[in-house]
Design a binder for this molecule. Structure first.
Ligand code: URA
Length: 193
């Protein structure tokens, strides 16, 4: 089946999902957005207030930072795929629980299998933890490994993983915004390889 059909079917499934209690609380599930042929996939943590309202990822303040970072390396949202580990908003924007991640992460696994990105960029430590473990790496503090590249083989070829700070940190810590900008430059170079 073509990629777009598979993804549309999966997104529909996510929009109707009741695998965990977050499904009862949401206004909208947030499957993800962008190109199904993207070379880069960004993975955040979970939708917040505005994402829940709109059904789209990273449309609040952190999303503006992400847009800026993408623009800084000549990319737009249409060039990449953006999603989260957990597809429905945890109440009060709390961290998702282990159970919620366990219930929801098969959707992310499937999105990776369908899109087959060349580079996965986990946004923030929760996403970094999930993605690194999934591919057999031991997570370390994000302050230590942001911007580092992990290489792994999959059934569909090589994947590079480069964790970065969550864009929301740039809102209250300017020094980390600089780190994010530097890491995005590394990402730009990675795409040329
Ligand atoms: N933070 C996230 O991790 N994901 C979103 O979609 C928005 C904010």
């Amino acid at each position: 089946m073509p990629k777009d059909k598979l993804m549309k079917k999966l997104e529909e499934k996510i929009r109707n999902c009741r695998r965990c209690p977050l499904g009862q609380l949401r206004i909208n599930a947030v499957p993800g957005s962008g190109s199904y042929d993207a070379e880069i996939m960004f993975v955040g943590e979970a939708p917040g207030y505005w994402e829940d309202q709109k059904g789209l990822p990273f449309v609040g303040r952190a999303g503006k930072v992400l847009d800026e970072l993408l623009e800084g390396i000549g990319l737009s949202r249409e060039d990449v795929y953006i999603t989260n580990i957990v597809k429905c908003r945890p109440p009060g924007n709390r961290d998702p629980t282990e159970e919620e991640i366990k219930a929801c992460s098969p959707y992310l696994d499937r999105q990776i299998d369908i899109i087959r990105p060349r580079v996965i960029v986990p946004l923030g430590r929760h996403s970094m933890g999930y993605i690194l473990r999934k591919f057999g790496f031991e997570p370390e503090p994000i302050s230590k490994i942001h911007g580092k590249v992990f290489e792994t083989g999959t059934l569909f070829g090589r994947i590079l993983i480069m964790p970065v700070y969550h864009p929301a940190v740039a809102l209250y810590r300017p020094a980390l915004k600089e780190e994010l900008q530097k890491d995005f430059q590394r990402l730009k170079n990675l795409l040329k390889m």
